[in-house]
Design a protein around this ligand. Structure first.
Ligand code: UDP
Ligand code: MG
Length: 320
């Protein structure tokens, strides 16, 4: 019988683990789906991992691991994919904002041959205005840069074993799970769902962390900002040709003393462009530097008993 793994990254979610495990177990056994639940505690500072241990003791379908510190949701997802042994893997949030009722539909589509089932938000749920604005801006920028509709896509997806294998073999450290499944291709189907209210606790995203996430993902998925530097250079050159002609004409006509304002403005504008360009280039160099160091995406500190001990400690995969 085919096995379904569900990967749930969790950061400070102690109040959600037991409920998520119970809800999913109930739903999946009701639907006669053979399953395992993989909780990854992303360096939580509360009792999240204790909750995972408890859930695992009560139900052998549950397994999990704890990172040595907070590595971010992307790392959590990839650790989960690594620990998952199922023929199909679903990634979802453990705050139950991704409705579990959709899972049987995803599973059915997979059985009918889909290799990726994308969860598409038909509404974004209730969110604060500030969050809506920053998330809105974030998705606008991302959609432009990656050339796909990011507004309604989410991390809620089902992946076939083959796709999971492809993602795990990717050499890059700086991943963007949501877009990678589009990039990978494969036979893709979609299911629509309503984003639910968060059960307990608070969203982990602040305006600043969303912006950081946006910049890091934009640069890891697109070189458009670099091309922007070229465009700015071309604009400056055109501008300077016009000014050069004007200056020369004035000089030849003997009226060239004035123009101090122009000089100051030019220095400011060009200085601004230069610094911005250097910043953008610097950002890419930082990315390259991070990738070149080749550090593991995450470090697993503890696991539940039903996880092979080989995954503990620094992350090592054969052939790396
Ligand atoms: N999460 C994580 N590491 C982090 C931040 C969040 O593993 O550094 C998990 C979190 O526990 C949740 C999911 O990612 O299961 C989505 O986070 P959250 O609910 O805070 O985001 P939102 O739903 O508000 O976009
Ligand atoms: Mg959430």
């Amino acid at each position: 019988m085919a096995l379904l793994s569900i990967v749930l990254p969790a950061y400070n979610e102690e109040s959600n683990i037991a409920e998520a495990a119970a809800t999913l177990s109930g739903l999946l056994s009701e639907n006669g789906i053979d399953y395992e639940l993989v909780f990854i505690s992303d360096g939580s500072k509360d009792g999240t991992f204790q909750e995972i241990l408890k859930a695992s003791e009560a139900d052998p379908h549950v397994k999990g691991a704890e990172f040595s510190r907070n590595f971010g949701k992307e790392a959590g997802i990839f650790a989960g994919l690594e620990l998952a042994t199922g023929d199909a893997v679903i990634v979802m949030d453990c705050d139950l904002q991704h409705p579990p009722e959709v899972i049987p539909r995803m599973w059915k589509l997979w059985q009918e041959g889909a290799q990726i089932v994308e969860g598409i938000k038909s509404s974004r749920g209730r969110e604060s205005l500030g969050y809506k604005l920053s998330a809105g801006l974030f998705y606008k920028i991302m959609s432009k840069l990656i050339k796909m509709d990011m507004n309604s896509s989410s991390d809620f997806k089902l992946l076939d074993r083959k796709v999971v294998q492809v993602l795990l073999e990717l050499p890059e450290r700086n991943t963007f799970f949501r877009a990678l499944s589009f990039w990978a291709g494969f036979q893709t189907e979609s299911v629509y769902y309503e984003v639910q209210e968060r059960k307990h606790g608070q969203s982990k995203w602040s305006f600043l962390s969303l912006m950081k996430y946006a910049i890091s993902n934009a640069t890891s998925f697109s070189t458009l900002p670099l091309q922007l530097v070229t465009v700015m250079g071309i604009i400056s050159i055109l501008f300077s040709v016009i000014l050069a002609v004007q200056t020369l004409v004035k000089y030849l006509m003997g009226t060239a003393v004035e123009g101090f304002t122009t000089v100051i403005l030019l220095i400011l504008i060009i200085g601004g462009f230069l610094m911005l360009s250097l910043g953008i280039i610097g950002h890419y160099i930082a990315r390259i530097y991070e990738e070149v160091k080749g550090r593991p995406r995450y470090i697993i500190n503890k696991t539940t008993d039903n996880v092979p001990k080989s995954v503990e400690g620094a992350w090592k995969r054969p052939g790396r």
